[in-house]
Design a binder for this molecule. Structure first.
Ligand code: SF4
Ligand code: SF4
Length: 94
């Protein structure tokens, strides 16, 4: 079930995890991916024998905002993200 909380504008919204890409080392063993209870984080493999990985991707339709991945990433790449902030930002930019 999606975790809801009040965001800045006072509405109850679903919170999802988001990747802070500039800190991510693209480890093929990504601990954040491994601990996600809903398999919401995936990583494409590439290179010789698929030894390398791309940045992890979070499926917002699966993520319930539990925060387990936030604690699992030692580089602080995973952070909670209120999806309404993003929606608002996109609407303002258009
Ligand atoms: S654990 Fe963190 S830094 Fe490592 S691949 Fe996963 S998200 Fe990136
Ligand atoms: S917040 Fe929870 S459900 Fe969402 S990606 Fe992280 S571990 Fe998975």
């Amino acid at each position: 079930m999606a975790k809801s909380k009040k965001c800045k504008v006072g509405k109850s919204v679903k919170e999802v995890a988001k990747l802070k890409i500039n800190r991510c080392d693209k480890s093929p063993l990504c601990p954040a991916k491994k601990v996600c209870p809903l398999d919401a984080i995936t990583q494409k493999r590439r290179g010789f024998l698929n030894l390398f990985a791309d940045y992890p991707e979070i499926d917002p339709s699966k993520c319930m905002g539990c925060g387990v991945c936030v604690d699992a990433c030692a580089r602080g790449c995973m952070r909670p993200w209120c999806d309404l902030y993003e929606t608002d930002r996109h609407e303002k930019q258009e």
